[in-house]
Design a protein around this ligand. Structure first.
Ligand code: SF4
Length: 505
């Protein structure tokens, strides 16, 4: 067996979770230079850049959602795949124990978290053989927020704002534009898309995800697909969805398209959307020892340079300080576009907590509270807890519950990402509350705003789903839905829909 194989896979997982590849860094740096200073998108990008630097410096998870670990392994013909799969599973469990991966594997029927990222279907490991005498392992960590924005189209199809997408490359182009528009900020834009033309429904999605293993700056060897990729990249940013859906000049940092043969009756276009926290790395191992021979996607001649040459998020002086618990008067004075710095007590709650609160009294008094849609990475240290990564999760999942919870329990502020729908907007107006958009994926920046973990409720749900009681200081966020019926998300969706219509021909 290969004595260094386990350690090499563990290194690969840790580095993938904590250090973005150079091509993604370059694209994000270029985005930062493109957005005019002082805009919402530029402030968000500065926080993202600061977060990327912090994650490397501290070897912390770039985003608290470390996603579905997906390994693509190529081995010499004689390799033992059964043994390798077991080693990969053990390395995943060890990385989870060390807090580099969040426990993300949940029984689909009971909702119980396995706690070690192992379970039926997790992690995903694909093996292939090749004639070379070395082992190649590539890994992608793709989170749930962006996974939920994936889309699959069966052509021909009528698309809002774009009209009919036929079984042509122009139809493919329309599907990609539609998928990006539909994602808005929910997948933590600016993102990248992997696209598959053809295949069946299953192979199409797999092939789309495989495109995400290409570097952002490569050129498609198929000139027809290269042309569609270039066309998308030259037009998509005119949608002005911007970072986190705040509006802005950069919406997409990459588009990679592959094609599979299909049945004559089917024409699928499958789109795999990945967020700015585009964690993808690889290693080539010595086939006898399993030791790392070299890293993929990295040029040793170009060491990593910091994303920011300054301190990171800098205040303009217009930020509004909020101290929780909040009064109705304070909250009603806020309006869309205000940048706030939240201090005081905050409670986390996502899917399991929201479902629980619909049937049970809350375990704590939520009057005047700030409810944070977040599933953090948490480390136990003796009898106490420490949050090591704590960015927001996608809020729209809580849309069926949020308005009722605000009404029943007097919640004054909800923090999350991607915005919420009309039911929540109406509840904010009626009961006096606001929605604050935090910067998706900025898990290290937000973990540093948390000054203490004061307690935890509903821990039975697993650490990401439990209700954590936190004391925070200067937690930055932007008011994107206010108590006056205004929603930045609704406005950007409408305006970008108009831009989309302009791209229909
Ligand atoms: S950056 Fe956003 S979409 Fe990506 S994994 Fe993190 S929370 Fe999910």
């Amino acid at each position: 067996m290969l004595p260094s194989f386990f350690d090499s896979v563990l290194q690969l997982i840790v580095r993938t979770s904590t250090d973005l590849p150079p091509d993604v860094r370059a694209a994000m740096k270029s985005s930062l230079g493109t957005e005019p200073g002082g805009t919402r998108s530029s402030q968000a990008l500065t926080i993202i850049a600061q977060n990327i630097d912090l994650a490397v410096d501290t070897e912390g998870a770039i985003c608290q959602d470390t996603g579905m670990p997906t390994f693509e392994v190529k081995t010499p013909v004689a390799a033992n795949h059964i043994w390798m799969r077991q080693q990969i599973r053990e390395a995943v469990a060890e990385a989870t124990r060390r807090g580099k991966l969040r426990p993300n594997s949940v029984d689909s029927i009971t909702g119980k978290n396995s706690g070690d990222n192992l379970g039926p279907g997790t992690p995903i490991v694909h093996f292939d053989q090749w004639e070379r005498d070395e082992v190649e392992i590539k890994l992608i960590l793709k989170g749930g927020g962006c996974e939920n924005t994936n889309a699959q189209y069966a052509l021909p199809v009528e698309l809002p704002h774009l009209g009919r997408a036929d079984r042509t490359l122009d139809g493919v182009r329309k599907c990609i534009l539609h998928a990006v528009w539909q994602a808005q900020g929910k997948g933590c834009a600016p993102g990248a898309v992997g696209v598959s033309v053809g295949g069946d429904r299953t192979s199409g999605y797999t092939h789309a995800k495989e495109q995400l293993f290409r570097t952002l700056d490569d050129v498609n060897p198929d000139p027809r697909l290269a042309e569609v990729e270039a066309s998308i990249m030259s037009t998509v940013n005119s949608l002005e969805i911007g970072t986190m859906g705040f509006g802005g000049k950069v919406t997409l940092i990459g588009c990679k398209i592959g094609a599979l043969n299909r049945l004559p009756a089917s024409f699928f276009v499958s789109v795999a959307y990945d967020c700015w926290a585009f964690r993808r790395l690889g290693v080539v191992l010595n086939a006898s020892t399993g030791a790392i021979d070299h890293w993929l996607y990295r040029d040793p001649a170009h060491p990593i340079s910091p994303m920011l040459d300054q301190a990171g998020f800098t205040r303009t002086g217009r930020e509004i300080s909020l101290h929780a618990p909040l009064t109705e008067e304070t909250v009603r004075a806020l309006k869309v576009g205000d940048v706030v710095m939240v201090s005081g007590r905050m409670f986390t709650g996502r899917d399991a907590v929201h479902s629980y609160l619909m049937k049970h009294e809350p375990p704590v008094d939520l009057r005047g509270s700030v409810l944070y849609h977040c599933g953090p990475v948490v480390a136990k240290e003796g009898d106490s807890w420490r949050i090591t990564a704590a960015g927001p999760t996608t809020s729209i999942r809580e849309e069926p519950y949020q308005g009722e919870i605000i009404k029943r329990y007097g919640v004054r502020a909800v923090i999350g990402k991607g915005g919420m729908g009309p039911k929540t907007l109406a509840a904010l107006q009626e009961h006096g509350a606001v929605y604050l958009n935090a910067i998706g994926g900025a898990a290290q920046v937000y973990a540093r705003s948390i000054k203490n973990v004061d307690g935890v409720s509903l821990l039975d749900f697993g650490t990401p789903e439990a209700m954590w009681h936190l004391t925070v200081e200067d937690f930055p966020a932007i008011v994107t839905m206010d108590a006056h019926g205004n929603s930045l998300h609704r406005d950007i969706e409408r305006e970008s829909g108009e831009h989309l219509a302009a791209l229909s021909t």
